[in-house]
Design a protein around this ligand. Structure first.
Ligand SMILES: Cc1ncc(COP(=O)(O)O)c(C=O)c1O
Length: 376
């Protein structure tokens, strides 16, 4: 059997990781500023994480949601404390798309309405409703097409107000920082406007925090910079540091009922152990503060390069917008300097490293970036 060939692949076989470094099968070390797409939040093979998962595996890895799983309650309690949303309710699933799918569905159960407002260049995942709310027709199959989703220009308050006049809006879904869309920081005024319009019209404000959340920006949710709460936050990626864990946290105003949402794997023992280990390390090692500090440092230094068109982002979610003639930089960083970075079309380098990235590694990147620009 062959693999279903849907990914353009770099010819590198990573077999080991430690902290912010990964190693290929030839023993070459790479600096990982990509985190396997914002997934590695506390560093590869963090010892506390490995031990917690190992210990749990020796106890029990999985049982279904038909029994009590105290680890879920521990995770909910810890997540409430670390995120500052203590009165919210947690529903666990396995991925970002699934988290958004559940959020959109829950909103519609809550207010009985159908229309979803999403934004240009948004990415929310590949399941049916999540992909329908994603502004990329290439990944929307005919069966996913629906007129329940209205796409609006991003950060446009007048268009948002107009849409609320024209439609019975069930929910508004928005990333605090568009990731796939090229690291675009949503304006705080715009998030505040969403909050007030949702309140006025009994619509649900969904904060897609799958990529920009979990402490990456220096606040637990990047939407927190606006000083208003969303009704539902969706999470995944950094939540399990590589173990597939996703979830939504839900405002107390939305009441649950049996059967409303459900999952086989979500919230299993091993996933909860991974989720708890991540939060324990984030808390103990002050990783949000580190993300804010190292992120600020990188953004300040990157802005000094004349060749860069724009540097965008917050904390350790950074986009370096390069002109067309520097389209080779990402490849050079990887193959000449052994540094993994992400990308966004047309020519943005995305930095999404572990939240405990050190200044030494930040400097190593800056030197390599400088060398790459000067040899371009
Ligand atoms: C903002 C955002 N939402 C949702 C998703 C989908 O997450 P997953 O790939 O875990 O389904 C992604 C993935 O990149 C994302 O960046």
């Amino acid at each position: 059997m062959k693999l279903f060939d849907v990914y353009p692949i770099n010819p590198i076989n990573i077999i080991k990781g430690q902290g912010s470094l990964v190693y290929d099968d030839k023993g070459t070390a790479y600096l990982d500023l990509y985190g396997g797409h914002a997934v590695i939040s506390i560093g590869h093979t963090n010892p506390h994480y490995v031990k917690r998962l190992e210990d749990q595996l020796h106890q029990i890895g999985f049982y279904s949601n038909s029994i009590e799983i105290p680890l879920q309650k521990q995770l909910a309690e810890k997540l409430g404390r670390v995120s500052g949303k203590e009165d919210y309710q947690l529903f666990l699933c396995n991925s970002g798309a699934e988290a958004n799918e559940n959020a959109l569905k829950l909103a519609s159960f809550y207010n009985g309405k159908k229309k979803i407002i999403a934004f240009k260049k948004a990415f929310h995942g590949r399941t049916s409703l999540a992909v329908a709310a994603t502004d990329n027709p290439k990944i929307v199959a005919p069966v996913n097409e629906t007129d329940n989703v209205v796409f609006l220009p991003w950060n446009d308050e007048a268009a948002l107000e107009q849409a609320f006049k024209e439609h019975e809006v069930s929910s508004v879904i928005i990333e605090g920082i568009q990731g796939v869309g090229g690291i675009q920081v949503t304006a705080v005024n715009f998030l505040q406007k969403i909050r007030s319009l949702c309140d006025e019209h009994n619509a649900v404000f969904i904060a897609d925090s799958v990529q920009c959340g979990y402490g990456r920006t220096g606040k637990f949710f990047s939407h927190d910079f606006a000083g208003v709460n969303a009704d539902i936050y969706s999470m995944a990626k950094g939540m399990g540091n590589g173990f597939p864990v996703g979830g939504i946290i839900i405002s107390p105003k939305i009441a649950p009922s049996y059967g409303m949402l459900g999952t086989t794997f979500g919230g299993n023992h091993l996933a909860c152990a991974a989720g708890l280990a991540v939060l324990e390390v984030i808390e103990q090692d002050n990783l949000m503060q580190n993300a804010a500090e190292i992120g600020d440092y990188l953004i300040t230094e990157l802005k000094k390069f004349d060749q860069v068109k724009e540097v965008r982002g917050r904390g350790l979610m950074i986009g370096i917008d390069l002109p067309e003639e520097l389209s080779n930089v990402k490849k050079d960083l990887l193959f000449k300097h052994h540094i993994f970075t992400g990308e966004a079309k047309p020519n943005v380098i995305r930095l999404l490293p572990a939240l405990n990235l050190t200044k030494t590694y930040a400097d190593r990147f800056l030197e390599a970036f400088d060398a790459t620009l000067n040899n371009a």
